[in-house]
Design a protein around this ligand. Structure first.
Ligand SMILES: [Zn+2]
Ligand SMILES: [Zn+2]
Length: 352
């Protein structure tokens, strides 16, 4: 191999190292740290994400009412987790790219600076150690990658790749040169690229906030609001029970959608038919066995104005969606029609 070819080969290897290492790992590390920082920030400052599960549920319901999108309501009713995830995603997007954009850009900038400082310190420390101890390229590379191991996910693969480079000073010079040009590129990292990063702030928040109970009420399908995923022996419960007509359930042997809340049902005289022709009295719903006996439904008059407003607002869409009607025993009470959206939202807030 001629001397020229050898130099070219070395340069190519160094460039490759720099390209893979700095471009991919440094940038990814900056985005990863930024995603974690932004998720932490929202857990502290953003009202929907800074409280317990009940608080999150209340914000999901509030946003559904504000948007008045029937399809979103149906997603929430049939698959509350999917709608909650969509809510988290949309709120993160608004927070980072609109409402708190300056704060997000500052976090990104700070993380770029931190990585720059860490890498340049690692360069300096490794070089000094090798010079003091008269070490070689392998020692330098080991040291350099060791210092950065915690910050960036790199391993000691370099020393194997570079064992044929004996000229230590050549390597250091090349790495320093490359480092300079790449830190310049890093300064132009943009918030938009965060969307392509391996770890996204919304994913962190979805993992944290949706790791809770998703069991549905056997009567109205409202989701349990316990923050714990498995909370046995504690019963499932929710303050957001709703008329079961919202799920398309009719009165027995009719096509009339029901307007009765389960909190009312469980103090009524009637009965229900969970599996056979034998009726179970509502007042003793727990004797029907699972899943009924795992739910605590308080027989009170806390019928949420929110759902009364929803039924009135979307009566026609609900009827078309289920091919049934709010009529007969399921006729909507007149008083419900006077509830405004503001009152509906307020009824969610009054629960706390
Ligand atoms: Zn219920
Ligand atoms: Zn539960």
């Amino acid at each position: 191999m001629s001397e020229k070819e050898y130099t070219l080969r070395k340069e190519f290897r160094v460039d490759l190292l720099l390209y893979v290492f700095y471009r991919a790992e440094s940038c990814e590390a900056v985005y990863k740290k930024t995603a974690i920082d932004l998720a932490d920030r929202m857990r502290c400052n953003f009202p929907a994400f800074s409280g317990n599960r009940l608080n999150l549920e209340q914000h999901v319901l509030k946003s559904l009412a504000e948007k008045e999108d029937f399809d979103d309501f149906i997603t929430y009713i049939t698959n509350p987790r999917r709608q909650t995830e969509a809510f988290i995603k949309a709120e993160v997007e608004k927070y980072i790219f609109r409402d708190q954009k300056d704060e997000a850009v500052n976090i990104l900038k700070k993380n770029v600076d931190d990585i720059k400082t860490t890498v340049s310190q690692a360069l300096f420390t490794a070089t000094q150690k090798v010079q003091n101890q008269r070490g070689n390229t392998e020692m330098w590379l080991n040291d350099f990658s060791n210092v950065l191991k915690d910050e960036l996910t790199i391993y000691n693969i370099f020393s194997e790749n570079f064992s044929d480079i004996k000229d230590f000073h050549f390597l250091i010079e090349e790495i320093q040169k490359g480092f300079k040009s790449i830190t310049e590129k890093m300064s132009s990292l943009s918030l938009d690229k965060l969307k392509e990063s391996r770890l996204k702030p919304e994913e962190i928040l979805i993992d944290q906030l949706c790791n809770c109970c998703w069991v549905k009420c056997p009567f109205c399908a409202a989701v349990c609001t316990n923050t714990m995923k498995a909370h046995s022996p504690d019963d499932h419960s929710t303050p957001f029970h709703r008329p079961d007509g919202i799920n398309g359930y009719p009165y027995r042997k009719t096509k009339d959608l029901s307007v009765i809340f389960c909190t009312t049902l469980v103090r009524s005289e009637g009965g229900f038919y969970p599996s056979s022709e034998k009726a179970i009295p509502y007042k003793q719903y727990r004797i029907a066995g699972p899943p009924y006996d795992t739910w605590s439904i308080t027989p009170d008059r806390s019928d949420l104005a929110y759902w009364k407003w929803f039924v009135c607002q979307f009566k026609t869409q609900l009827e078309n969606h289920y091919g049934k009607k709010f009529q007969g025993s399921g006729a909507i009470p007149d008083l419900w029609k006077y509830i405004s959206k503001e009152e509906a939202i307020r009824s969610l807030e009054e629960m706390f």
